[in-house]
Design a protein around this ligand. Structure first.
Ligand code: GZL
Length: 320
């Protein structure tokens, strides 16, 4: 990609100079074109992530070709192939699941189009297939959720139900792993039921209803892999005549606005931050890649933990 883009600029530059145009005018004309394949619009987090990417592209003067895959991997693969056919300068995407990307990533490499992974990782062994992966450390997010639990919910048996994210996705796999790392060797903390709620409010509510029907007495804690599923579960807990945040403590991840509202209402106990605001970092990486600069293979987003007690103070400062 770099040779083709540079060659195009050089030959046009010669023409422009012959026409007496200053190079600076020419440099402005060739806009960087970024093809971005987004997973969908399943959660508040995803909506904020899309807004961040679109706004940052506008601010950076980058032409954004944006595709919404509606949670389907085949739609993401189709979009990436279309970006290759359109000869975009850079391709970026948030992989809905970890596996099944080798073929299309090799096609992008053969077309000399650099690829940036945002938000979620892929489990391909050949890491020459992407320039950089930027996003949160989901393992650490799971550990933070586990640490909050063992520090704040003690005494006697602690029966936990878990709402997992999308099956096969990096956040679902690693948030489970990190959480289990912390409660391992502490037999009083037991995950008694675990099922996917696919990161959505609707599914989170439906699965929590099933959990409550199966074990109405035995649930002490809900661990939700994202706030949207936690918010759906809160509705189910209330409809069952129980008090979310009291009868059942709730630990969640993302720290979206809805989570702060639930914490201020005393219905959610803690949310581990997972920032969707990756747009500016992505556009900087795109510009650096096009300019031939080296970009770190892994860019980790810095994040914190928001317990219920801090929600009212922090809420006005929240950007998503
Ligand atoms: C995490 C992101 C997850 C969020 C969910 O980086 O991939 O997907 O935690 C979103 O809210 O749906």
């Amino acid at each position: 990609m770099m040779n083709r883009r540079r060659a195009a600029l050089t030959s046009t530059a010669a023409l422009a100079l012959a026409a007496g145009l200053p190079l600076s005018v020419l440099a402005q004309q060739k806009k960087i074109v970024l093809g971005f394949s987004q997973i969908g619009a399943e959660s508040e987090w995803r909506t904020a992530n899309t807004e961040s990417i679109k706004q940052a592209a506008k601010d950076a003067g980058i032409e954004l070709k944006f595709s919404d895959a509606q949670q389907k991997q085949e739609n993401q693969i189709k979009a990436i192939r279309s970006f290759i056919a359109q000869k975009v300068d850079v391709i970026a995407f948030s992989p809905v699941v970890e596996s099944g990307w080798g073929t299309v990533l090799r096609e992008a490499k053969a077309a000399k189009i650099p690829v940036i992974l945002t938000d979620r990782a892929v489990n391909e062994k050949d890491d020459s297939l992407w320039v950089t992966f930027m996003g949160s450390d989901f393992l650490e997010e799971g550990r933070k959720a586990g640490r909050w639990l063992v520090d704040n919910v003690k005494g006697g048996e602690v029966n936990i139900v878990e709402l997992q994210g999308t099956v096969g996705s990096a956040p679902a796999i690693d948030r489970k792993k990190g959480f289990e790392e912390v409660i391992k060797g502490k037999p009083q903390y037991k995950i008694v039921r675990s099922q996917t709620g696919d990161f959505t409010r609707a599914k989170g509510k439906e699965v929590m209803q099933a959990f409550l029907k199966a074990d109405p007495k035995k649930i002490n804690v809900l661990y939700a892999h994202n706030d949207d599923m936690a918010i759906g579960a809160i509705q189910a807990i209330e409809e069952a005549g129980l008090k979310p945040g009291q009868d059942i403590k709730i630990v969640s991840i993302d720290a979206v606005k809805g989570a702060f509202e639930a914490m201020m209402a005393g219905k959610l106990n803690v949310s581990v931050e997972c920032s969707p605001l990756l747009g500016p970092q992505l556009m900087k990486a795109v510009q650096d890649v096009v300019a031939g600069k080296t970009v770190p293979k892994r860019i980790v987003t810095e994040e914190t933990v928001f317990p219920m007690e801090s929600a009212a103070k922090e809420f006005p400062k929240r950007k998503y």
